[in-house]
Design a protein around this ligand. Structure first.
Ligand code: HAM
Length: 417
């Protein structure tokens, strides 16, 4: 037997309706906020992510699925959605379109990580990217979109953490202060953080190692270093979230794992799904479009991990109804009856009602068992008597009640039922 590659999963019919539920909620929420769908390729030239996500990040250093194609080009499966969309924005000259450009996407992503609950090598994101506005309004709106989506799917008990990591100028000052402090504690840092110290010191702030956590608790805080403009921006975002009634906590240790962020960063975190509790992460990225060769265009967005959403729904007992069950199952008791069932099923389908009938030549008992398994709402039995009488016996599975319905009135009966 050949197994799926480690860190990937089949999404089977017993679960796919849950995915559809989450995806529909994503599409509907995006629509409410005026975002249109964008689809970019599953793979890009590696450079998109080197320049976009950043060469000092774990994603670029350790996690990318990169290979040479048969033409000798370095290709990478997308580890996230933002960089590819920024590339598409520049390449298609979308800065000349109506701004802000509001995009949403549903996409598979690929990261070579150690699989565990909520962490896969192929996973799926729902994300949005709003490009073209520097206003704090759009930061608040982006966060509100994420919150609206989480509410819509039934997620409760997530905490929204917000931070500002400043702009290029003020972050530099902060990084210098942070580095100086961390250098004093160099020996106690974990090996990974020792390595991060010169490349990407901010990342040390969200290291999960206990020793590093103790050190970073007393580290200088970025909010004491950000410039007046960045500070005012954050205050405005907070004010708008207050107006919208969205609860949040300011957390100076939220720094995010991708290099493109500037100013506002945020995460929605759950305590209910183990170590991988971040269900949604995002932030502003005012330098990304110019980094990829476009005209200076600000942007902000987020992505939600769909697997983590489903895990959270399961762990908190949220039930998702399967809307894809067959409404009517016909149980014919012979060949002629089967032909009638074929006709009636076609009729129902033409009227938009899902219907099916036996294709296995099963006896009546087995047919009822099958109908029950697939969750059919009604079972319509056609025996020789029914065929002669021009009517079917319809059993409502929920309460066992039976009704005789004429063939000619069948669709109408089901539509009303
Ligand atoms: P990210 O924090 O790397 O951000 O990923 C966003 C979300 O994707 C995470 O919060 C998590 O739910 C999910 N996720 C990430 N890695 C995995 C994994 N290995 N297995 C399962 N789920 C995972 C980004 O990707 C940014 N592009 C978000 C963004 C959009 N920022 C601005 N615009």
């Amino acid at each position: 037997m050949i197994n799926v590659p480690k860190g990937t999963k089949d999404i089977l019919p017993q679960d796919s309706y849950k995915w559809q539920f989450v995806e529909n909620a994503a599409r509907e929420t995006a629509r409410l906020f005026g975002a249109a769908e964008i689809r970019t390729p599953t793979f890009e030239h590696t450079e998109v992510f080197l320049r976009g996500v950043g060469e000092t990040t774990d994603i670029v250093n350790k996690e990318m699925y990169t290979f040479l194609d048969k033409g000798g080009r370095s290709i990478t499966l997308k580890p996230e959605g933002t960089a590819g969309i920024a590339r598409a924005f520049v390449e298609n000259g979308l800065n000349n379109s109506a701004l802000p450009a509001k995009f949403f996407y549903l996409t598979p992503c690929f990261r070579y990580e150690r699989p565990q609950a909520g962490r896969l090598r192929e996973f799926h994101q729902f994300g949005v990217e709003f490009l073209g506005s520097r206003s704090a309004d759009i930061d608040a709106e982006t966060i509100l979109l994420a919150k609206t989506f989480l509410d819509k799917v039934g997620i409760k008990n997530v905490t929204l953490y917000i931070n500002s990591i400043g702009c290029k100028e003020c972050r530099k000052k902060y990084e210098d202060a942070l580095k100086a402090y961390l250098n004093e504690n160099y020996d106690s840092l974990c090996a990974l953080c020792k390595d991060r110290l010169n490349k990407n010191p901010l990342r040390i702030l969200d290291c999960k190692n206990d020793e590093c956590k103790k050190i970073t608790e007393k580290a200088p805080k970025i909010l004491d270093y950000i410039c007046e403009d960045c500070s005012n921006h954050l205050e405005k975002v907070k004010k708008l979230l207050d107006i919208a009634g969205v609860e949040y906590k300011i957390n100076p240790n939220i720094v995010r794992g991708l290099d493109y962020y500037t100013r506002t960063v945020f995460e929605f975190v759950s305590e209910n799904i183990g170590a991988q509790g971040t269900v949604c992460g995002g932030g502003r990225y005012d330098g990304l479009i110019s980094e990829l060769g476009g005209t200076d265009t600000p942007g902000i967005g987020f992505a939600v991990g769909i697997e983590r959403i489903l895990l959270l729904l399961e762990n908190t007992g949220v039930n998702i109804e399967n809307p894809n069950k067959v409404k009517v199952y016909f149980a014919p008791m012979g060949e002629k009856e089967s032909e009638k069932a074929f006709e009636l099923v076609s009729d129902l389908r033409a009227n938009g009602i899902s219907a099916d009938f036996d294709h296995m030549g099963r006896g009546i008992k087995a047919q009822f068992k099958y109908a029950d398994k697939i969750g059919a709402e009604f079972v319509a039995v056609i025996g020789s008597n029914e065929l002669m009488g021009g009517a079917v016996k319809v059993k409502k599975m929920a309460d066992g009640s039976e009704t005789m319905v004429k063939f000619t009135e069948f669709s109408e009966f089901i539509l009303k039922a």
